[in-house]
Design a protein around this ligand. Sequence first.
Ligand SMILES: [Zn+2]
Ligand SMILES: [Zn+2]
Length: 141
Amino acid sequence: MGTDTDVVKTLVEHNIRPSVQRIFIMNYLMEHRTHPTVDEIYTALAPSIPTLSKTTVYNTLKLLTEHGAVLTLTIDEKNTCYDACTQPHAHFLCKHCGKVYDIAYGCENLRTDIPTMEGYKVQEIHYYYKGICKECQDNNY
Ligand SMILES: [Zn+2]
Ligand SMILES: [Zn+2]
């Protein structure tokens, strides 16, 4: 975990007590920008933390989301996934392979204010695109 201090800093900045499990899970999300699911995170971390359970992973992600350190994405209704990038950005779900891609282009257009609703504070913006990714199309899907 080369970015250990960054991970702890991120947790502390969001008023989260940096326990070992929280550090591991936050670190995994910061290093894997593939929008992993609870299962993926659990499978990846279980060998390093023998006491880890899926419930702990789920509860930790819930806590990280509640404190604004992580985004919970429901783009794939069957597989909730998680994102350490909390800046407004759009996502593309491939309906064939299930991968969730970041769409960096146009992020500046995702405004965090709503012109017609003065005084409302936006905390999250979710833009979901769905279709077939290039990789799957190249494989003649
Ligand atoms: Zn695909
Ligand atoms: Zn993302």
